[in-house]
Design a protein around this ligand. Structure first.
Ligand code: ADP
Length: 296
């Protein structure tokens, strides 16, 4: 693992700003990314984002994002509203493909293979890289059928009862539902529904789980349950989580990626490193302004 550099003033700027404002190190409102502020890893990288840009209807939302997600860790994507956090996380399981008028440039290597190669199968990718959304979205089916759904359509062979139990146990929900597996998932509380969605994602044994503000709609007790679950899940999976909640990022994530826009309203990754460093001794003044609540 290589740490970030010394925060040298050498800036790698976006083309359109290169001749405009960069006469000094990174500063608020000036845009630009110092590559020394983006941590890199020597090995065991699961997802490698390479120069990723996303445009909606020709308008860029994020531009030239590059960073690596290490195996069996939690990486938080943080930043102000509208900075492009959801846009970025949706790229990891090709959910943006489903949006009309989207254009994706650059690539993401998943276990070394390009996710956006013509031969890459988005359906398979979505099983290997599961996603949990802001609002729990169980199917209007029984608890059992929600969890069994993925293994069934994937044709996974084996003892289905055991697979359902294992997934519910991993999602810390088994004790609460084992005697009512045939009840409708919609009868569960919001926090239970979110853990069911995590169990449903786990049932196909994914390598990565993406979480877009998974606790945003939950009460504090359910939020706590989801957070402890996240910390346990990394024994089996790698987690990328978008969160607005700074305390949550510090509680669950070992690394944090800060996405921010400037006046152009185009999101870029301005800093990536250990969460402790991002919140304690950020290298970019914009990160400091965000984590101390001065912007965003
Ligand atoms: P965040 O998650 O940080 O709040 P988003 O990724 O949701 O940011 O949005 C980043 C930018 O992309 C915003 O300007 C938003 O309006 C735009 N955007 C997001 N989703 C879509 C979409 N489906 N169609 C068009 N524009 C979108």
């Amino acid at each position: 693992m290589r740490g970030a550099g010394t925060g040298s003033p050498a800036l790698a700027t976006r083309k359109r700003t290169i001749d405009q404002t960069f006469t000094q190190p990174t500063s608020i409102h000036r845009g630009g990314v110092d590559p020394d502020n983006i941590m890199t890893f020597d090995d065991d990288v699961v997802l490698e984002t390479k120069d990723l840009s996303v445009l909606y209807g020709g308008k860029p939302a994020i531009e030239r994002v590059s960073f690596q997600v290490p195996r069996n860790e939690v990486v938080a994507i943080i930043g102000p509203s509208g900075a492009g956090k959801s846009t970025l996380i949706r790229c990891y399981n090709r959910m943006n493909d489903l949006i009309n008028g989207v254009e994706i440039k650059g690539d993401i290597l998943f276990e070394g293979s390009p996710l956006y190669a013509p031969e890459a199968d988005p359906t398979e990718i979505r099983f290997r890289i599961g996603m949990v959304f802001q609002r729990p979205n169980p199917f209007p089916k029984s608890i059992y059928d929600n969890v069994a759904f993925g293994p069934r359509i994937n044709g996974i062979q084996g003892d289905m009862d055991q697979m359902v139990e294992d997934s519910l146990r991993k999602a810390a929900l088994w004790d609460e539902v084992h005697d009512r597996l045939e009840d409708s998932a919609l009868a569960l509380s919001g926090g239970q529904q979110q853990r069911l969605c995590i169990a449903r994602a786990l049932a196909v044994q994914p390598e990565v789980i993406l979480m877009d503000e998974p606790a945003a709609s939950l009460d504090p007790i359910s939020t706590q349950a989801i957070e402890s679950l996240i910390r346990e899940l990394i024994e089996d999976v790698t987690i990328v989580i978008v969160t607005h909640n700074m305390q949550q990022a510090q509680r669950v994530a070992k690394y944090a990626a800060v996405v921010m826009t400037d006046e152009s309203r185009i999101g870029e990754l301005i800093e990536y490193g250990p969460t402790e460093q991002i919140f304690g001794t950020p290298r970019d003044q914009r990160t400091e302004a965000y984590v101390t609540g001065r912007i965003g």
